[in-house]
Design a protein around this ligand. Structure first.
Ligand code: ZN
Length: 193
C-alpha cells in the first residue's frame, strides 16, 4: 500500500514543483514515464521496430494476439503535440506494421486505436498508437451504438469544421519535390562563377 503523505510533505512537494523550470518539470515527467524508460532502454520491452525517433513494441498485456504499440521516443503527451513530420512517419510505421500483422498473425482485421486524454481512456502520459489485430468472433470490445444524427447539429458541425485545417498536399507528392530539387540544382549551377 502507498504511504500517505502528511500535509507538510504535500506542501513541500507543491513548493518544489512551483519553483521548477519547464525543462526541469519535463525531465521529472520523463523520469516517471514508463514509455520514456522503455525508449531509453532502462525498462526492457519486446521491440519489433526501432529507428532514431520511433519505437514499436509488443503490448505485454495484449487485447489480442499481436497487439502492438507504436510510440515516438521523445515524450509527447497527446498526438496533437507531435510535430507534423514525425506524426506522418509514425502513421507510415503503423500502416506497415498493421499490414505485416495480417500476414504474421493471420489477423482477419486490425483496429488502429489512439486514446487522446483521460476521457478517451488514455492510461499513460506518453502518446501511444495501438494496433489491435482482430479475429472473427474475438471478444475485443471497441464498438458503440450508432444513433441517428440530428441533421441541424450535423450541419452546424460541418460549418464549424470545414476549411479549418490545411494540409500541404504538394509536399506529399515526391514527383513535385524531385522537380523542385532539380530546378534548384540548375539554379545553383548557373550561379557558379
Ligand atoms: Zn514519456
Amino acid at each position: 500500500m502507498k504511504q500517505k503523505l502528511n500535509p507538510e510533505q504535500v506542501k513541500a512537494i507543491q513548493e518544489k514543483l512551483k519553483n521548477m523550470s519547464p525543462d526541469e518539470l519535463k525531465e521529472l515527467v520523463k523520469q516517471q514515464c514508463l514509455f520514456c524508460q522503455i525508449s531509453n532502454g532502462k525498462v526492457e520491452s519486446k521491440k519489433v521496430y526501432e529507428d532514431e525517433s520511433i519505437l514499436a513494441i509488443l503490448d505485454i498485456n495484449p487485447a489480442s494476439r499481436g497487439h502492438t504499440l507504436i510510440l515516438p521516443k521523445e515524450h509527447y503527451q497527446i498526438l496533437a503535440q507531435i510535430p507534423e513530420a514525425l506524426a506522418s512517419k509514425l502513421f507510415n510505421v503503423v500502416n506497415k506494421l498493421a499490414a505485416m500483422l495480417f500476414d504474421v498473425v493471420k489477423a482477419d482485421g486490425t483496429n488502429i486505436f489512439i486514446a487522446n486524454g483521460q476521457a478517451a481512456g488514455q492510461k499513460s502520459p506518453h502518446a501511444v498508437i495501438h494496433i489491435i489485430p482482430r479475429y472473427e468472433g474475438d471478444s475485443v470490445g471497441l464498438s458503440w451504438e450508432p444513433k441517428k444524427g440530428d441533421e441541424k447539429e450535423l450541419d452546424e458541425l460541418q460549418e464549424l469544421m470545414k476549411g479549418k485545417i490545411q494540409i500541404d498536399v504538394k509536399k506529399e507528392q515526391p514527383k513535385v519535390v524531385e522537380k523542385k530539387i532539380v530546378e534548384e540544382e540548375e539554379d545553383a549551377e548557373e550561379r557558379l562563377p
